[in-house]
Design a protein around this ligand. Structure first.
Ligand SMILES: Nc1nc2c(ncn2[C@@H]2O[C@H](COP(=O)(O)OP(=O)(O)OP(=O)(O)O)[C@@H](O)[C@H]2O)c(=O)[nH]1
Ligand SMILES: [Mg+2]
Length: 395
């Protein structure tokens, strides 16, 4: 599957940069393309300059709204991000249209954090405009939710997140939900290491996109997972999981490298599936998923019918309501990997919490505004008898 990737805002741009690195990796190691092209869009010129892999010309690193923001970002004001996206959408559409392999692209993937201003406000607008202009390709979004310490202390980030989630869901064909907090819970050293988190966010897409683009017979699975399967699976709220089991390498009597064959292979497979389920990009109940997909990447000799059946049964128990699609991807690596997508989620607790708390926050904001206006009114009244340097009535 080939994607056109558009990262919006700082977080979106950096994750898009990771996708650009996945594309280089796929070209170098597998001689295939998994992206039709990749772009970063931002109101902040410094953020665009810091990217490392996305081409550095103005068509790939697209600065929007520079007259309104002086190229320094929108300072978390998501309405401004949205307004700029409406005004400068042509810049993005023109760039996308002239993408290197645009006509080979199967879908768009737009990426942004929900809590900032540029990405949170501009991405839903761009998704809508891209969807209207390119009707034949699905538009997916990947939304990064803030760390707990951010939205617990910053009302603006909380409100931006709720607004972005609502707007994105209403326009995108599917919304990948990725919670920054999940990555920190697994490894606290990650809190200050966005690059490491971004790599973990992008990695599950690697095999998923490569599998359907393979041209060498030895890497084409018995059950090839291609763009059609992925597109048929994706709709609405979606999460991703990824699990890896190391395979013990042993040498055969003939000195050739071989992988140990035993019932351990099923065990290793289930272990990788378990890891994928417990490491989902956002905490959710797999029982709420109506469509699921998994890709098994491993050496051919490890991918037995038994293993495939065990994995299918296991996922069937965990996500009993889901239509499950699967595929295999033969690789000569000493690992067994599972990439998992759970889509069409009927309930997402975390999204609900954002929506639920909004009325209370809006009310609090209005009360604060009223009391601040009242306070300023009092001050103004008290200052009336203070002499003025400007003459007139002293106001
Ligand atoms: N995973 C990840 N999260 C990031 C990264 N950079 C920022 N964030 C998160 O994104 C949110 C802030 O959004 P940004 O992307 O910085 O904001 P922006 O879209 O550039 O908008 P403005 O700076 O307000 O113009 C916070 O929740 C950060 O924790 C990143 O590289 N990776
Ligand atoms: Mg920014």
């Amino acid at each position: 599957m080939k994607l056109v990737v558009v990262g919006v805002g700082q977080c979106g741009g950096r994750i898009a940069d990771e996708f650009s690195q996945l594309q280089s990796r796929a070209r170098f190691h597998r001689r295939i393309d998994i992206l039709a092209d990749v772009f970063a869009v931002n109101t902040d010129i410094a953020d665009l300059s810091c990217l490392s892999s996305i081409k550095s010309d103005y068509r790939h690193r697209i600065l929007i709204g520079n007259r309104k923001t002086g190229s320094h970002g929108v300072g978390k004001i998501n309405q401004l991000g949205a307004e700029i996206a409406k005004q400068d959408s042509d810049k993005v559409i023109d760039a996308v249209r002239s993408a290197e392999r645009f006509y080979e692209a199967d879908a768009f993937l737009l990426i942004a954090s929900a809590a900032g201003g540029t990405g949170s406000g501009a991405m839903p607008i761009m998704a809508q405009i891209i969807k209207e202009r390119f009707r034949d390709k699905p538009v997916y979004t990947l939304v990064v939710l803030p760390f707990e310490h951010e939205d617990q202390t910053d009302v603006t980030m909380f409100c931006n997140t709720a607004t972005c989630l609502k707007a994105t869901y209403s326009v995108a064909d599917a919304v990948f939900l990725v919670d920054n907090q999940r990555y920190v819970e697994k490894d606290s050293s990650l809190i200050n290491n966005m690059t490491a988190i971004n790599k973990l966010i992008a990695e599950p897409f690697y095999d998923l996109l490569c599998a359907g683009e393979e041209k060498k017979a030895k890497h084409i699975g018995a059950k090839l997972l291609d763009a059609g399967d992925i597109i048929a699976t994706l709709a609405g709220w979606t999460v991703l999981g990824y699990g890896v089991s190391q395979l013990p390498m042993v040498r055969s009597p003939f000195g050739r490298r071989n992988f140990r064959k035993k019932s351990t292979e099923t065990h290793k497979g289930l272990q990788a599936m378990d890891q994928a389920i417990s490491n989902l990009s956002l905490k959710c109940d797999p029982k709420d998923s109506a469509s699921a997909l998994y890709l098994l990447s491993a050496p051919t000799e490890e991918m037995t019918m038994d293993l495939v059946k065990e994995l299918q049964d296991y996922l069937g128990e965990v996500a009993p309501e889901a239509v499950i699609r699967n595929g295999d991807y033969p690789r000569r690596e000493a690992t067994l990997k599972i990439t998992l997508i759970l889509s069409q989620l009927s309930s997402v607790q975390e999204v609900m919490e954002y929506y639920d708390k909004m009325p209370e926050l809006i009310q609090k904001k209005e009360c604060r505004q009223k009391s601040s206006e009242a306070g300023l009114g009092e001050l103004k009244k008290a200052s009336m008898l203070v002499p003025s340097l400007f003459g007139g009535d002293g106001s």
